[in-house]
Design a protein around this ligand. Structure first.
Ligand code: GTP
Ligand code: MG
Length: 260
């Protein structure tokens, strides 16, 4: 069995990364959920080990900067020449969160209309959806609602984490940015998404953003797994209890026959 190399030192998460803007932040806790930290401390790998991967899809209009965002984070590169994504591209990024190895599967989808049907076949089973728009083009912000609708057709809205990300921040002036941010935060609140603004050219907020995505998906996976384990245990206890009742009836009626 091939052993993976250790996680890069700059991919280690010990504290819950904070959100970008309090105004559009759904998970306002300052630290990881206590149940998650204790499960990880006890390395209850049965609980924590299983959920080591999270699927994240990145959607949004063509040329808004989805591929550049992923490449800046995964490869620390930036290509100013636009090469449209055809269908989907895929990157796997490994972290160590609270001492537990964890991977983000990043699915970079095509924004061009003609590739949309191929891309949408990869939406299913996402734990997080990143909807990207261009901070210098308000029409790409308006289109994010449709992108979200399409992505939610394949996923359970109640359990998927949503992020609305404004890209190309280096291209917008402070006054232009302030106006766009106000609109974007309004859209983020409507969507129940967490808003971020980034620049893949300068790298501004890119690492912080992906650390936040990885940490929140890790936390929700571990909590879901703990709940399942707890429910299974309760199930077992209930089953034993119901047997107890039989044992009780046996002893009341006739000890020898029914309770072997
Ligand atoms: N200045 C600046 N330019 C950017 C930034 N991000 C992307 N770009 C430019 O925008 C172009 C398109 O970016 P891509 O990441 O390829 O766009 P995309 O969303 O993947 O496009 P599709 O694959 O067609 O959906 C790139 O060639 C860059 O030149 C950024 O943060 N700042
Ligand atoms: Mg692309």
């Amino acid at each position: 069995m091939s052993v993976l190399p250790p996680v890069r030192r700059d991919r280690i998460v010990a504290e819950l990364p904070q959100c970008f803007s309090k105004e559009s932040c759904l998970h306002t806790r300052e630290s990881f959920h206590s149940k998650v930290t204790s499960a990880c401390k006890q390395q209850r790998t049965g609980t924590v080990g299983r959920y080591r991967i999270s699927k994240v899809i990145v959607v949004g209009d063509l040329s808004v900067g989805k591929t550049c965002l992923i490449n800046r984070f995964c490869k620390d590169t930036f290509d100013k020449n636009y090469k449209a994504t055809i269908g989907v591209d895929f990157e796997m990024e490994r972290f160590e969160i609270l001492g537990v190895p964890f991977s983000l599967q990043l699915w970079d989808t095509a924004g061009q209309e003609r590739f949309k049907c191929i891309a949408s076949t990869y939406y299913r089973g996402a734990q997080a959806i990143i909807i990207a728009f261009d901070l210098t083009d308000v029409s790409t912000l308006e289109h994010t609602r449709q992108w979200l609708q399409d992505a939610l057709k394949e996923n359970d809205a109640s359990s998927v984490l949503l992020f609305l990300v404004g890209s190309k921040k280096d291209l917008s002036s402070p006054s232009q940015y302030a106006l766009m941010e106000k609109d974007a935060i309004k859209v983020a609140k409507e969507m129940q998404a967490e808003y971020w603004s980034v620049s893949s050219l300068t790298g501004e907020n890119v690492k912080e953003f992906f650390f936040r995505v990885a940490s929140l998906t890790f936390e929700s996976n571990v909590l879901a797994e703990l709940e399942k384990t707890y429910a299974r245990r309760i199930g077992e206890v209930v089953r034993i209890n119901s047997n107890d009742r039989n044992v009780y009836q046996c002893t009341k009626k006739n000890k020898s026959t029914c309770c072997q």
